[in-house]
Design a protein around this ligand. Structure first.
Ligand code: IPT
Length: 969
């Protein structure tokens, strides 16, 4: 321990200075922020006023993250994701419900198999997370048909309007899902606190305009189904659509979706007008952003999710997400917080299998730097109730404010109810700037205007960064006159206010404390940082420090952890919303829960470790036993009363099979057919579609011209009788393709022939513009002819797709998982199919001719429990010729659609629970070679994405085995 460097009047610190606001407790503080509030008369648990939401009468920051249960079909992993989000300091999760998955056949609504939502609600509840439900009926969400069911493409009448055919079409679904949501509302002990009606009802195909009648009908239907919590709507931009809901809000994607230029930010891309728009359209409700950019989707041929993560990474979080604090956003949902997977054909053509989204939590549930960055902000707001009643003070004059430096913008959000606390958000005026700017702040405080830093020197904003500086901020009974060091979290543990202050490594910061009676001088109790102290004449002490490493300072009844940014990442505030006994743990890759028993003698914690960790536990002195992940943890007390322990990581070895070394079986998929020309008209809405055209040549047809639609990156191959005549192999842009395919020789008059066309269906388009009917875009042939023979006509067309069409057979895996390949119709992708009669053959051997081959193999996994080792299927072959597309099925679930020349995805994550980690697995691969030379996978392997010790336990998602498929052809 080094001596303090004391400037000024150290001895004065020991004087008993009475301070006016001493004695405020968190509880007392909260009291002052309770105000009469507005609520829908349907219930009084979730209420709101112009500042924030209140739950059970208490203000709450809704820091929320979006994720979709349908993109993670392993119910046992829901808790994992919710806990990760809760540990970030988030309070809520927003989710879409995908109507098309629940009602794949009109009138037949099913919550079977992976569609059951109850485990999602239960896991949210267990993790102490509130839910914002967004049942559509339209959701967008990069989902096929924007969430509409495939059969909707054939229902006449304008959708997303009050048109009766549309209202009739969705009403059954809204009634059914409305009831499920109502049963899980907070009013009935469930986690749901808000329900969204429609999605971005903002853009309308001319001459149609906003249909108020539809808005009214839909809202009333939700209410009739039993929804009592406030109904919300997200305008795509704050332009005033669907404002009749209870809490209107809007969406904001400031850096948009071009991941191919990941360091490019428009200098003025922060939408600073959002506050004024909010005040214009909904001044009586909280400033609610129902979708704030949390990443970006990426499309076929895109630059990959690594680049999306870079575009919207930690720096983005610091600057853009923080900017919302300057606009007093108290309902803030990040789209997405965890993207998941477009498994089993559920995406629209604009996305490939991964829906990683560059989110804070990766598709494989691993944590990114952005996760930790968001954790700092969310944890801070979670313990800053003064923020919940702020108003921006200078929304239209940010440049140079409080600094006099035009290179900087500072936004002040003042608590106008408590009339004391202010939050100052600083950033570069050009937010793309990577310059370092120095500044001094001149801020109004309860001690008058102060120029900060008070102890000489200046503050720095280095590169792409932003900070929240506070003034007159209460942390328990400790009053911070100001702090330029940011607050990661604080908690009062047995009367001691533990406050974690951070800055970038090497930065100089100040925190000033109002003095109370008996305030002892600051004392460094751990670490080697130097602290300068100065007494302000009114009775406050300023500490100036450098945020490098960790220095712990005891000061009066406060314990200050002064840390650098990465140090701050390691603090976990573990307490439930209603907990009176917070626990803070430092260290570990992820701390999930911390529970004190009734007499506070035992602390039970759970968490994940990727390396040996030194833990520091801040808990009541009565704690004599700590249990971590079910095992006793041996702890020692520090001189200042916290507990430390070393947690050795345990990462047992796990072998993965060498896939190409396994025995594989193969079979051709015979293009056999059952029974015009839009696949949707026949109930085929997903995966591959097969067409057959029977004709007799009436002249000298030289070839066949055909235009087929399938959605971007689709393909088709054509055979004349048994002769391959060509393929459109697809590219990232063509949603349809028109070409003439010459016949090998002229057809003789009167000869009979069959054309067979295999096409890919990349999902239906979305319907973002209401009344545009864009989702009804067809899949299948649009025009055709026989060049050289006008007289030749097709006698009969036949089409097939997934077995049973809308009356699909696999109720567990749902309606979209299987396409129309012969092998899929036969169930060759399923575990338990008897392939004994098949020939030996591997996907890495491939085929030497165009067409589709199926491959199967079985292998065991033996991955120990107590770990989280996410697995992926990886391919590494070249993205040029030969052109092919492959699908990967794990235990019958299609978890990868790979188009080698379009990409960009080559690593296909498949969650534990789809993979059976302790026992047998079936891997099936379909390989569609588009070109005369055939195709093969250059390599195929399993890989671990990460190795983490974790207490998660995962039951496998049921993967019903093959059984006879009546009617399969
Ligand atoms: C917004 C949608 O509401 C959401 O469903 C999703 O599609 C998201 O975009 C993009 O991932 S629409 C907004 C970009 C105008």
């Amino acid at each position: 321990m080094k001596p303090l460097i004391l400037r000024g009047f150290f001895t004065l610190l020991l004087l008993q200075i009475l301070e006016a606001s001493s004695g405020w407790s968190v509880a007392g503080w909260r009291q002052s922020h309770l105000r009469v509030n507005k609520h829908s008369s349907r219930q009084d648990i979730v209420t709101y006023d112009e500042y924030s939401l209140l739950i059970h009468g208490e203000r709450v920051m809704i820091f929320s993250g979006e994720w979709h249960p349908y993109r993670l079909p392993v119910a046992d992993l829901y808790l994992d994701v919710f806990q990760k989000i809760r540990s970030m300091g988030f309070t809520a999760v927003s989710f879409y419900v995908f109507w098309g998955l629940l009602e794949p056949k009109r009138g037949e609504i099913s919550f079977e198999g992976i569609r059951d939502l109850q485990p999602f609600f239960d896991a949210a509840k267990e993790a102490d997370i509130y839910l914002i439900a967004r049942p559509g009926p339209y959701i967008n969400a990069e989902t096929t048909a924007g969430g509409f069911p495939g059969w909707g493409t054939t229902v006449p009448g304008l959708w997303r309007t009050s048109n009766q055919t549309y209202v009739d079409a969705y009403s059954g679904y809204i009634k059914a899902i409305g009831k499920v949501l109502a049963d899980n509302e907070i009013t009935k002990g469930g986690p749901i606190i808000l329900v969204q009606s429609e999605n971005e009802y903002t853009s309308f195909e001319e001459p149609y305009t906003e249909d108020f009648e539809y808005e009214k009908i839909l809202m009333q239907q939700l209410i009739d189904a039993g929804i009592t919590v406030p109904i919300i709507h997200n305008d795509a931009s704050p332009s005033g659509h669907y404002t009749s809901v209870d809490i209107w809000g809007y969406d904001s994607y400031p850096v948009k979706f071009d991941c191919s230029h990941p360091t490019h930010w428009d200098p003025s891309s922060i939408q600073e007008y959002l506050w004024d728009s909010h005040m214009k359209h909904a001044p009586k409700v909280p400033n609610a952003i129902y979708e704030y950019q949390g990443g970006s989707y990426d499309g076929w041929g895109g630059s990959g999710y690594d680049t999306c993560l870079e575009l919207t990474g930690a720096e983005f979080t610091r600057i853009f997400t923080r900017s919302e604090v300057g606009m007093s956003a108290t309902i803030l949902n990040l789209y997405m917080i965890f993207g998941g997977t477009n498994w089993g054909n559920l995406g629209h053509p604009g996305v490939y299998t991964s829906y990683d989204y560059g989110a804070a939590i990766g598709e494989d549930r691993t944590l990114r730097e952005k996760y930790y960055e968001l954790k700092l902000l969310a944890n801070f707001l979670a313990v800053s109730p003064a923020y919940y009643t702020t108003r921006p003070q200078n929304p239209d004059s940010l440049v140079g404010a409080f600094t006099g430096n035009a290179a900087l913008k500072v936004a002040q959000a003042l608590d106008v109810v408590g009339n004391k606390t202010s939050f100052y958000v600083i950033r570069h005026s050009d937010i793309s700037s990577t310059a370092t700017d120095t500044y001094k702040l001149t801020l109004p405080t309860s001690f008058g205007n102060l120029t900060i830093p008070s102890i000489g020197d200046s503050l720095k904003l280095q590169g792409r960064d932003s900070k929240v500086h506070v003034v007159d901020y209460e942390a328990g009974s400790t009053s911070l006159l100001y702090s330029t060091g940011e607050i990661a979290t604080w908690a009062t543990v047995e009367g001691k206010d533990v406050i974690v202050l951070y800055g970038n490594s090497g930065e100089v910061h100040e925190t000033a404390f109002k003095l109370k009676s008996n305030t002892a001088g600051p004392k460094v109790v751990s670490g080697d940082g130097t602290i300068k102290a100065k007494l302000l004449h009114q009775g406050a002490v300023v500490l100036q420090y450098t945020t490098t490493g960790q220095t712990v300072v005891q000061f009066g009844s406060a314990i200050l952890y002064i840390v650098d940014r990465t140090g701050a990442f390691q603090f976990w505030a573990l307490s439930k919303h209603d907990s009176k006994t917070p626990v803070i743990v430092k260290g570990g890759h992820l701390m999930r829960t911390g529970i004190l028993n009734d007499d506070a003698s035992q602390l039970t914690i759970s968490g994940d470790f990727n390396s040996t960790a030194i833990l520091e536990i801040i808990a009541p002195a009565s704690v004599s036993k700590v249990v971590l992940n079910g095992a006793d943890l041996s702890v020692t007390k520090t001189s200042y009363g916290t507990l430390t322990a070393t947690k050795e990581v345990n990462l047992p070895r796990a072998e993965l099979p060498n896939l190409t070394g396994l025995n594989w079986k193969t079979a051709d998929t015979k293009p056999a057919m059952g029974v015009v020309l839009y696949a949707g008209d026949y109930g085929y809405h997903t995966g591959n579609i097969l067409w057959r055209a029977y004709f007799s040549s009436s002249g000298s047809a030289m070839g066949f011209q055909i235009w087929i639609n399938g959605g971007s990156a689709f393909a088709y191959s054509i055979w004349l009788d048994s002769t391959f005549i060509g393929s459109w192999e697809g590219d990232a842009t063509h949603a349809g393709y028109d070409a003439v395919w010459p016949f090998p020789s002229k057809l003789s008059t009167g000869s009979k022939h069959i054309l067979t066309i295999l096409q890919d269906h990349m999902g239906y388009e979305e319907d973002w513009t209401a009344a545009s009917e864009e989702f009804k875009s067809t899949r299948g042939p649009v025009t055709y002819s026989f060049p050289g023979s006008d007289e030749t006509k097709i006698d009969t067309w036949k089409v097939t797709g997934n077995l049973g069409g809308e009356s699909y057979v696999d109720k567990a895996r749902g309606p979209l998982n299987e396409g129309g390949l012969y092998g899929e119709r036969q169930g060759w992708h399923l575990p338990g199919f008897d392939d004994v009669s098949w020939a030996a053959g591997k996907p890495t051997d491939g085929v030497s001719a165009p067409g589709v081959a199926f491959y199967r193999t079985n292998f065991n996994l033996d991955i120990p429990s107590g770990v989280d080792y996410p697995l992926s299927i990886a391919v590494t072959n070249s993205t040029i010729n030969p052109h092919y597309r492959a699908q990967f099925y794990v235990n019958g679930y299609q978890f990868g659609k790979y188009v080698n020349h379009i990409g960009p995805q080559r690593v296909f994550h498949v969650p534990q629970g789809i993979f059976n980690y302790q026992g047998q697995n079936t891997l099936a691969v379909s390989l569609w070679a588009a070109k005369p030379g055939g195709a093969k996978l250059d390599s195929l392997q399993l890989q671990f994405n990460a190795q983490i010790e974790s207490p998660i336990t995962v039951q496998n998602t049921p993967a019903p085995a093959w059984s006879a498929r009546p009617g399969a052809y």
